[in-house]
Design a protein around this ligand. Structure first.
Ligand code: PLP
Length: 384
């Protein structure tokens, strides 16, 4: 079969199975709304958990503040990799700010969480090592494990008894063992028991890698995430935060030791072989870290809304207390039909289907934002 024919056949197959992904044009609007197809919707599909990305006033404040500093700080390209001429002063400021937020640990900024997750594990591990990953870890972590020379095994989601059994049976066979988890899981909205993982890391002498993409900004002191909330951030060997979700910016960071930071700068391919972030983005990230630190009432509102929505969904959701609330459906086509029902009623929420979730795990993923009016929850109660 010629390539084009094969591609057409693949598209038809996906469409028949209710799994064809399409790009939609969405215009973010303030107050938790967005515009799509000439209509205004309550937006339950964005990771702008704190409402920062769509906050026009905050953006204006930023431009006013930074245009005084000089045009170079608002440049739209760094035109080079960080190791050449792309390491602008905004990088230094941002990494210093992160370091202060995380108890003077070292910080390294990346272009995205995807870059971080596909680059760090392959840089740190070799064929004598083992990576142990929660079964529901994000695709970027899975891709990182595939790129690494280390062996990897996936343990059942949040099943730390199974994890300990694997450790007890295998630890001695490997030089280093990495335990990898998200803190709030992106599709189920539940959370890892980070204290238990720290205990296992210490008992079996492992490296603990925690991706806090969905908890930075929304949890912890100044929005530093769940490990910081629990007072154990210093015990996490590699803590990943992303700027593209609650912080309403772009990029990602690792909080780690100074030695590991130097090692990554020298060995991590998605760090070395890519153009750095533009100064305007790095400065915006600095600015939103400060803004987000003050948003305790928004963080409390998100918690309240998460609890209320779980109560409405009852047995159709999963246990948890985060801002990600899945509405479980199962069948792909039923999920698409339910998403359309909500769309017809002014609610933008998307069907998440395999392979993003396990087979028969199709769902609507409601992600809450502190920018949503509280009445949005009442509206959902009416529609369920
Ligand atoms: C847990 C997790 N890690 C990493 C990423 C990737 O982050 P980024 O969007 O910055 O590439 C995502 C994105 O959805 C995610 O959910």
């Amino acid at each position: 079969m010629k390539l084009c024919e094969a591609l057409i056949a693949d598209t038809a197959e996906l469409e028949a199975a209710g799994r064809l992904r399409v790009l939609r044009e969405i215009v973010p609007d303030s107050s938790g709304f967005c515009r799509y197809d000439n209509r205004r919707y309550l937006n339950f599909s964005s990771n702008d958990y704190m409402g920062i990305a769509a906050d026009f006033k905050l953006r204006q404040e930023f431009y006013a503040q930074y245009s005084d500093i000089g045009a170079a700080e608002l440049a739209l390209s760094s035109a080079s990799s960080r190791l050449l001429t792309g390491n602008t002063p905004a990088y230094t400021r941002l990494e210093k700010k992160l370091s202060v937020l995380y108890n003077s640990r070292a910080a390294l900024v990346f272009n995205s969480g995807y870059h971080a997750n596909i680059g760090i594990l392959p840089a740190l591990s070799n064929s004598k090592d083992l990576i142990l990953s929660d079964k529901l870890n994000h695709a970027s972590i899975i891709d990182g494990m595939r790129l690494a020379d280390a062996e990897f095994k996936r343990f059942r989601h949040l099943d730390y008894e199974q994890l300990e059994k694997i450790l007890a049976e295998n630890r001695a066979k490997y030089s280093r063992v990495f335990i990898v988890t998200e803190s709030i899981f992106s599709m189920d909205g539940d959370a890892a028991d980070l204290c238990k993982l720290v205990e296992l890391k210490q008992k079996y002498d492992c490296v603990l890698y925690v991706d806090e993409a969905h908890s930075v900004g929304v949890r912890g002191p100044s929005g530093t995430g769940i490990a910081a909330e629990l007072g154990i951030a210093d015990q996490i060997d590699v803590l990943i935060g992303t700027f593209g979700k609650a912080f309403g910016s772009t990029g990602a960071y690792a909080i780690t030791s100074p030695e590991l930071r130097i090692y990554l700068i020298n060995h991590m391919r998605p760090f070395i072989f890519t153009t750095g972030l533009p100064p305007v983005v790095l400065n915006w990230s600095c600015f939103v870290l400060d803004s987000c630190a003050k948003m305790d009432s928004e963080r409390a509102k998100l918690r309240r809304m998460g609890i209320a929505l779980r109560e409405i969904f009852g047995a159709s959701t999963l246990p948890g207390d985060s801002q990600i609330v899945p509405f479980l459906i199962g069948d792909d086509r039923d999920a698409v039909a339910k998403a359309k029902y909500f769309l017809d009623n002014g609610i933008l929420v998307f069907a998440i289907r395999p392979p993003t979730v396990p087979p028969n795990g199709a769902r609507l993923r409601f992600s809450l934002s502190a920018a949503l009016p509280e009445s949005a929850i009442t509206e959902l109660r009416r529609l369920i």
